[in-house]
Design a protein around this ligand. Sequence first.
Ligand code: ADP
Ligand code: MG
Length: 377
Amino acid sequence: MRNVRKIPQLKNVPVLVRTALNVPVENGKVTNSFRLRQALPTIQYLQSKGARVILAGHIGEKGTETLEPVFQAMKQFLPRLEFCPVSIGKQAREAVRNLKAGDVLMLENLRRHRGETMNDPDFAAELASLADVFVEDSFDVCHRKHASVVGVPTFLPSYAGFLVENEVKELTKALKPKSPSLAIVGGAKFSTKEPVLVKLLSTYSNVFVGGALANDFIRAEGHSIGTSLTSDTPAQNIRKLLQLKKLLIPRDVIVAEQEETVTSGRAVTVDMVPSNESMLDVGPQTITALEPFIAEAKTILWNGPLGRYENGFTEATFALAKAIVKSKAHTILGGGDTVASLDAAGLAKRFSFVSTGGGAMLDFLAEGTLPGIEALR
Ligand code: ADP
Ligand code: MG
């Protein structure tokens, strides 16, 4: 994998940079700019070498969202930034032609084109035709076989940006933790997290499972879980993991009737979940029980929230973060929304390394590489 410093010629050269622009937006305003700040070193390096920089990224899941609010937020960091309301075609080519050395152009949301997520070669070719060089700097999508991730590199000489290079370096280190080590995995969608959990159970001294992921384990232990969210992972897979001594699960949880409006609940032990209520966060006893593991660990890796934080169930996540940043361990944090909420609370910057990847981080840890990384080799 070559990094941007290896690009032989940059003066006046149009460079397409896949950038992580998918930041949280509320009422037309970016509410957290962590990822945007992480994108700056590569962009500013290219600008300083006189390249004509084209930023391509996506926002949202629906394929209809606009990057306009992201452009407004990014312009505060990059005064020479312009916006192009399309991603490909005549108007985009014209906007690129108008760029001067050191200018930056942000293309509209790539996912407005179905060809992006379908990895349509025609769409990839159109996108690639805007530039002479491709730079991958959006680690968070490197696990996706999308046109801008694996398609474009088949058409252009391709390099890793500083962010991607650093992610690969740091997460490769995280695969060989210093003992004793502690991994924490939260969030939802057990089925997508099973491979990484298995991998972490073979490389880390202890693995704590929180968030909705823990619900499957609590059920497999024979407890009633009420109306809690679970996955369709076969019970025998869960039971096999449960037998491993190094697997840690919650002892107490916060329960409430699961209504969209519910924002708080009460703590109960895992054997006391009422049939009409859901587990929405990890309880305080569980955090206390984790403290000795945190205190002795030399490496701590964490991905995914411990509770339904969108509804305000952030208490356990914040308490855990505070305990972790106080430890002397090498600490690694990841997960798009987890990072955004801990960044807003001023806690993210106290971790040794913060990954911009959510699913990408987990896949990298499970596989040791990603399609978007392989595409650069
Ligand atoms: P993915 O990216 O695969 O969706 P995440 O790690 O982003 O997985 O999962 C985060 C989601 O998990 C959030 O929407 C959060 O509300 C949810 N979550 C975490 N804990 C719980 C829980 N106990 N009950 C319901 N949802 C939860
Ligand atoms: Mg997520």
